[in-house]
Design a protein around this ligand. Structure first.
Ligand code: PMP
Length: 360
């Protein structure tokens, strides 16, 4: 068996021990004689699996007791509609901060449900930074303030938490959840698609403060009504059972790594290897402002773009895959989520140096 270093932005590499355990348990989960995939979501085995996944997530993120965890489908894209449908609470508008491609998508979709104010934007600097908080024009009457905590395509990440006062802060944490400790109490709602740091695609996790539940627009589909899902332990309809089971295994793995403070140290060290090298050469260019660089998605360009193809081909020959940047920005992108081992980043940096030597 050969495993590659998979730098995909998502679905992304998962911890190998998790995949091995899932393989071992595939046909017969804990003597049940069934695969988790085959279990009724109403059966005691599966109910236990989901409850354990939730409790591990609560422990890892230190989620306060006045917050609910809801497991949904629809991906983070569905959340772009879900959030305004559930959180407007009779208010006329919501504030959004525009830091790139994923923010733009959120703003566009939310516009179907409410008046959206762009309270701050880094469009003028081509999304190479998080707009400084002093430039934000927040509306105290907004229903909520929405941010994208880590722009997966652009590689811009908040390394601070905005203080939005009494207006609930909502964060798309799809590509940074569980990569570092966060103070959940600073947020009204956090959402994340699973396919980067949590598990397989098909699962979306929502963490929401109690008082924000129960205000859905009357036209909200029942499966996207926070109250109905929260009241039914995310089982208003069939949840993505297998994805939740794998998420639970990933949470266990994270705990065994020492939890979020330890994984953050690991992530900082991995990203530093790449950024330090990028800063030491002019052969490659790292476009993002230093203080706002993502620890999860590292975009870079070859100064001579005519070499892009040769670079990618050489990487592939060395079993390093999915390094091509998103089509909207071009260049390269190395996604180095929790499960990417430091050996993968070392191998990438060694290859980048070698490529520079032979083509520089
Ligand atoms: N937000 C962010 C920050 C993302 O990275 C992605 C997916 N790459 C999405 C939203 C959309 O997620 P999904 O495809 O699961 O709906």
């Amino acid at each position: 068996m050969t495993r590659v270093f998979n730098f995909s932005a998502g679905p992304a590499t998962l911890p190998e021990p998790v995949l091995r355990q899932a393989a071992d348990e595939m046909l017969d989960w804990h003597g049940s004689g069934m695969s988790v995939m085959e279990m009724s979501h109403r059966g005691k085995e599966y109910i236990g699996i989901q409850a354990e996944a939730e409790s591990l997530l609560r422990e890892l993120m230190a989620i306060p007791s006045n917050y609910k965890v809801v497991f949904l489908q629809g991906g983070a894209i569905a959340q772009n509609a879900f959030v305004p449908m559930n959180l407007l609470r009779g208010k006329a508008s919501a504030d959004y901060v525009n830091t790139g491609e994923w923010s733009k998508k959120s703003i566009k979709e939310a516009g179907k449900y409410a008046r959206i104010r762009v309270a701050a934007s880094s469009e003028a600097s081509k999304f190479t930074e998080v707009p400084p908080f002093e430039t934000w024009e927040l509306d105290p009457d907004a229903a909520y303030v929405h941010i994208c905590a880590n722009e997966t395509i652009g590689g811009v990440q908040y390394h601070w938490t905005p203080d939005t006062g009494d207006v609930p802060l909502v964060a798309d944490m799809s590509s940074e959840i569980l990569s570092k400790p966060v103070d959940v109490s600073r947020y009204g709602l956090i959402y994340a698609g699973a396919q980067k740091n949590i598990g397989p695609a098909g699962l979306t996790i929502v963490i929401v403060r109690d008082d924000l539940i129960g205000h859905a627009l009357p036209t909200t589909p029942s499966v996207f009504d926070l109250k109905q899902q929260a009241d039914n332990d995310s089982m208003l309809n069939t949840p993505p059972t297998y994805a939740i089971y794998i998420a639970g295994l990933v949470f266990k793995w994270l705990k065994a790594q020492g939890g979020l403070p330890a994984i953050e140290r690991h992530n900082v060290a991995k990203a530093a290897l790449l950024y330090d090298y990028l800063d030491s050469t002019s052969f490659y260019v790292a476009p993002i402002a230093k203080e706002d660089r993502s620890l999860m998605n590292v975009p870079f360009k070859l100064r001579d773009e005519s070499l892009d193809e040769a670079f990618l081909k050489g990487a592939q020959q060395r079993s390093m895959l999915q390094l091509k940047g998103h089509r909207s920005v071009g260049g390269m992108r190395a996604s180095i989520y929790n499960a990417m081992p430091i050996e993968g980043v070392k191998a990438l940096v060694a290859y980048m140096k070698e490529f520079e030597k032979s083509h520089g």
